[in-house]
Ligand binder design. Structure first.
Ligand code: NAD
Ligand code: WQD
Length: 340
């Protein structure tokens, strides 16, 4: 029986495939490389010494996706495939609603047709909107402020309805906090298109000399040093959370929802300091205006995942920075040899 990994060539997907192969799962990856590079597949093989099946398919094309269900004995699906850039989603809402919603509907429809019961969905802490307090528990109120977040919340709502109507389904909604870091090999990592929006890839591009300095978005938040506080989690810890979630689904648990974070909050300046220590590189920065839509503070309570999944994030912030730096310095141009 195999695990279908939609978006398995992407940042979190590729790290999860490595962990799945390590646990001897049969893996089938589907990706259209809209935000990834085919080289990732070779790198996964190099790290794991194992093989997997791959289909270059756009998941919005249900006929092409059905071929994958027909040709493989799939018993669970991990669904990473989505567009994920908040700012871009404001400029291109139709693309975001189309890709993220149609993808997921196609997968859920085919799962029903082919009698596949176990589904892991990549959700996000963005569904908590601007939380009233931290740490954030899974039963906090949900709201969103941008089309990307809206797609995640709509899909969560869809899943809740579908699970109510069909109690044979087992679904894990995983709400990721801020994934950073890379595989220790330095062979796979995060490679955003163009100028990064997220903090860690921006810092690594400054460190490698591709960008001049970091703009710190706001120094007047109600946080210990005035800069935004987030729950950064190592992508390998996150990947391992998916293996534990799959195990949980095998116990016929129905619908479950977990925060995947470390439970610790770090400010932007904490990250700048930790990164400089880990890399030996000074990160020049300037405090500028707040970024519209940002919140002051966001970190998880992870006790539900800790106790019900038997999972806990292990890597600390210095390891996250070391691994991000190894990836970036080994691959200054990312997977492809271009100059920004
Ligand atoms: P990513 O862009 O690196 O990976 C997504 C992969 O899906 C890419 O390889 C892309 O080519 C593929 N894809 C997108 N649309 C597709 C389609 N129509 N058909 C086939 N393949 C398609 O993103 P990531 O950082 O690995 O994120 C994975 C998931 O986790 C996403 O659903 C994202 O919304 C969610 N998430 C990410 C973060 C984060 O900060 N990285 C945080 C919370 C949640
Ligand atoms: C982190 C902190 C910024 C860049 C986003 C999405 C969320 C989830 C994860 C997908 C904030 C500050 C950043 C920079 C800065 N993605 N910052 N200068 O905004 O917490 O979450 O990614 O689901 O949905 O919203 O992450 O890395 O962009 O920002 O000062 O150049 O770093 O203001 O305090 P964020 P981020």
């Amino acid at each position: 029986m195999g695990v279908l990994v939609n978006g398995g060539a992407g940042y979190i997907g590729s790290h999860t495939v490595v962990e799945l192969l390590e646990e001897n799962h049969d893996v089938i990856i589907v990706d259209n490389f809209s935000n990834s590079d085919p080289i990732v597949l070779d790198r996964i093989k190099e790290i794991s010494g194992k093989d997997f099946k791959f289909y270059k398919v756009d998941i919005t094309d249900i006929e092409a996706l059905e071929k994958v269900f027909k040709e493989n004995n799939i018993d669970s699906v991990i669904h990473f495939a989505a567009y994920k850039a908040v700012g871009e989603s404001v400029a291109k809402p139709l693309e975001y609603y189309s890709n993220n919603l149609i993808n997921t509907l196609n997968v859920l429809n085919l799962m029903r047709k082919y009698n596949v019961k176990d589904f892991v969905f990549s959700s996000s802490a963005t569904v908590y909107g601007d939380p009233e307090s931290c740490p954030i528990f899974e039963d906090f109120p949900l709201s969103t402020t941008n089309p990307y977040g809206a797609t995640k919340l709509m899909i969560e709502d869809m899943i809740r309805d579908i699970c109510k109507a069909d109690d044979s389904l087992n679904v894990a909604i995983l709400r990721y906090f801020n994934p950073v870091g890379a595989h220790i090999s330095g062979l796979i990592g995060e490679e955003p298109n163009g100028i990064p929006n997220n903090l860690m890839p921006y810092i690594t591009k400054v460190a490698v000399g591709k960008l001049e300095k970091l703009s710190v978005f706001g120094g007047d938040y109600n946080t210990p040093d005035g800069t935004g506080v987030r729950d950064y989690i190592h992508v390998v810890d996150l990947a391992k959370g998916h293996i534990k979630a799959l195990d949980k689904l095998k116990s016929n648990c129905g619908l479950v929802t977990y925060n995947l974070g470390t439970g610790n909050g770090y400010s932007v300046l904490d990250i700048v300091k930790a990164f400089s220590l880990a890399s030996g590189k000074e990160i020049p920065y300037e405090i500028v205006e707040r970024r519209p839509g940002d919140i002051a503070m966001c970190y998880a309570d992870t006790s539900k995942a800790n106790s019900e999944l038997g999972w806990k994030a292990e890597f600390d912030i210095s390891r996250m920075c070391e691994d991000s730096w190894r990836w970036q310095s080994n691959n200054p141009n990312g997977y492809v040899n271009y100059d920004m």
